[in-house]
Write a protein that binds this ligand. Structure first.
Ligand code: G3H
Ligand code: 13P
Ligand code: ZN
Length: 346
């Protein structure tokens, strides 16, 4: 099966009331973990790479790993997505590398740090849509800046994200503006800001409505019932994974992520793509720490990379099941990007 445009998967998810996890990858083991989880659960897959991931893994390795995934799992539809593209040129280079979907994150300027104004966001996002849709490539845009409603700080744990203090009008997507943004840009998916941030340190306690604004999602869905929404920063940061890391020598501070039941509420209200990276990073780290702590004599990387891969697979299966994408891979008729260009043109 060829890699498919993300829009194909989002439309199927919307028609059948489920959400899709979009997992970040940087290497072969992570791709293997996702694909094995998808096979076991019959799930369609969104794999995404950040700019940092592309530079870490190098585009050619990533491109061929994705081709290998498509070859090895012919019954699983896979979309390959650029996460947080910072400029039209980043999106263009992703498309040249076989990505079937790109995110133009115009909520920030191209330095990936400075909050951008609305007109800039509309303009760069529309530019990317005009470049991508004729090629059958899907586009995600972002409106509102990711960051904490608890502290007012943007997220920059992973080196990408707003710097300094932001007010609530920046940290929460405005439903009126969302209507205008979707109409003017024609994006396939809209990432919304609701108080989530990347990384492990999202909330200092189990989040309530003041710090995790699910009501925004409900409101935007009422206004834009046909728009596919995206929740970023959606790792749940399970206690169990924090405990494993700390039990085997890690030093993570107590923290809370986005509860799975809040994501499920989002899915009932128009969320179709749920970005998850941190939970997988934690699963991998916990498994490797455990091997190092229990068997310090080992030095074959396979001795710790296999348990790491298994631990990530377990997280992927849990999310695929909870978001409802399990059982849907076989129901999707694949469409290649070239054919999908005709859908966009019609
Ligand atoms: O965008 C956030 C993802 O967790 C990717 O993080 O930029 O460290 O690869 P990264
Ligand atoms: P987490 O850090 O919560 O996994 O979020 C990942 C993300 O949003 C990638 O774009
Ligand atoms: Zn993100």
């Amino acid at each position: 099966m060829p890699l498919v445009p993300m829009r194909l998967l989002l439309d199927h998810a919307a028609a059948n009331n489920y959400g899709l996890a979009a997992f970040n990858v940087n290497n072969m083991e992570q791709i293997q973990a996702i694909m094995e989880a998808a096979k076991e659960t019959d799930s369609p897959v969104i794999i995404q790479a950040s700019r940092g991931a592309r530079s870490y893994s190098q585009d050619a390795y990533l491109r061929h790993l994705m081709l290998a995934a498509a070859e090895l799992y012919p019954s699983i539809p896979i979309a390959m997505h650029q996460d947080h593209g910072n400029s039209p040129s980043t999106c263009k280079s992703a498309i040249e590398q076989n990505f079937t979907s790109v995110m133009m994150d115009g909520s920030l300027k191209d330095d990936g740090k400075t909050p951008a104004d609305y007109d800039y966001n509309v303009s760069v996002t529309r530019q990317v849509v005009d470049m991508a849709h004729p090629l059958g490539i899907s586009v995600e845009g972002e409106l509102g800046v990711l960051g904490s409603l608890e502290t007012g700080m943007g997220e920059k744990e992973d080196g990408h994200g707003a710097e300094g203090h932001l007010d609530h009008s920046q940290l929460l997507t405005d439903p009126n503006q969302a209507e205008d943004f979707v109409r003017r840009t024609k994006v396939d998916a809209l990432a919304v800001a609701i108080g989530t941030s990347h990384g492990a340190y999202k909330f200092t306690r189990k989040p309530t409505g003041e710090v995790l604004a699910m009501d925004r999602i409900i409101e935007i869905h009422k206004r834009l019932p046909n728009t596919h929404m995206v929740m970023h920063g959606s790792s749940s940061v399970p206690q169990e994974l924090q405990d494993i890391i700390n039990k085997y020598g890690g030093k993570m501070k107590q923290t809370w992520g986005v509860p799975v039941e809040e994501i499920q509420l989002g899915i009932k209200n128009g969320v179709r793509k749920v970005n998850v990276d941190t939970d997988n990073r934690m699963a991998i780290t916990g498994a490797i720490r455990k091997v190092f702590a229990e068997s310090p004599e080992k030095f074959d990387p396979r001795d710790y990379l296999k348990p790491a891969r298994d631990a990530m697979k377990k997280v992927c299966i849990a999310r695929m099941t909870a978001f409802g994408q399990a059982g849907n891979a076989g129901k999707i008729k694949p469409v290649a990007t070239r054919e999908f260009a005709r859908v966009y043109a019609s």
